[in-house]
Design a binder for this molecule. Structure first.
Ligand code: AMP
Length: 115
């Protein structure tokens, strides 16, 4: 069994978080240390530690992350100005919380990620 992180407690409402969206498959909440005016984490409710642990049975939930990301971007008013979606895997990418999550960043010009 993978080890639970703080994100499992957020999903279950056991610790406070600024939840902006939740349904049966995913939960989205504001990052505690925002790197842009809009910085929201969108996570599957199922605990998957890293992208390396994804299996075909996760396709519905992970595809749903994108549907929810687009919905949240529209609600936040950044769908037309633009935004960036990032998922980090393991140490070279700087993954800190081992419950996969999609960062949704926007609300300012983010600059080029790859030059
Ligand atoms: P990563 O480096 O991709 O693993 O990103 C983990 C993110 O989780 C960081 O941006 C943290 O600021 C964020 N984070 C950690 N704990 C919390 C929390 N309790 N509530 C909201 N965001 C959190």
């Amino acid at each position: 069994m993978p080890k639970e992180t703080i994100f499992s407690k957020i999903i279950r409402g056991e610790i406070p978080a600024d939840i902006v969206y939740q349904d049966d498959l995913v939960t989205a909440f504001r990052d505690i240390s925002p790197q842009a005016p809009t910085h929201i984490l969108i996570i599957p409710n199922k605990l998957i530690p890293t992208i390396n642990d994804v299996t075909p049975s996760d396709e519905q939930a992970l595809g749903h992350l994108f549907v929810v990301a687009a919905k949240i971007a529209k609600l936040q008013g950044i769908d037309q100005s633009g935004y960036r979606l990032i998922m980090n895997c393991n140490k070279d990418a700087g993954q800190e919380v081992f419950h996969i999550h999609m960062h949704l960043l926007g609300g300012k010009h983010l600059g080029k990620l790859v030059h």
